[in-house]
Write a protein that binds this ligand. Structure first.
Ligand code: 5GP
Ligand code: ZN
Length: 114
């Protein structure tokens, strides 16, 4: 656990979160400031600063995070969804513990990449 990491504290139960799924290696919980009708974060329980670092260091856990993103989206009723990995402060990353945003219900025609 990284000290002063808010997501490590959520994993440790030191900060409350609205959990929607959990595995041995991952945790999924609702974003505190949702930007879409469905906005869940899936994180590895182990601390890595961003998603690519996680994938380089522990590819099996990175795969489990990605797999759980799909499980959570379907569990929440979304067959179609967007996954976002902000990496670096200049790209909007504010929490430096790897996470994927699972976003459902966005207007696809308004997406940056659409
Ligand atoms: P980032 O900008 O780093 O990709 O995403 C971090 C996300 O974490 C943001 O969408 C923010 O709303 C969310 N977040 C920050 N602090 C907390 C918290 O204490 N609880 C929950 N559930 N979400 C948080
Ligand atoms: Zn952490």
């Amino acid at each position: 656990m990284a000290t002063d990491c808010i997501f490590c504290k959520i994993v440790a139960g030191e900060i409350p979160a609205e959990k929607v799924a959990e595995t041995d290696t991952t945790l999924a919980f609702r974003d505190i400031n949702p930007k879409a009708p469905l906005h869940v974060l899936v994180i590895p329980k182990v601390h890595h600063p961003d998603a690519a670092s996680l994938a380089s260091a522990e590819p099996q856990i990175a795969a489990e995070v990605l797999s759980q993103a799909g499980v959570v989206a379907r569990q929440e009723g979304y067959e179609d969804y967007n996954l976002v990995f902000n990496t670096g402060a200049g790209a909007g990353q504010t929490v430096f513990h790897a996470h994927v945003h699972v976003l459902g219900g966005l207007d696809a025609s308004k997406l940056f990449l659409a």
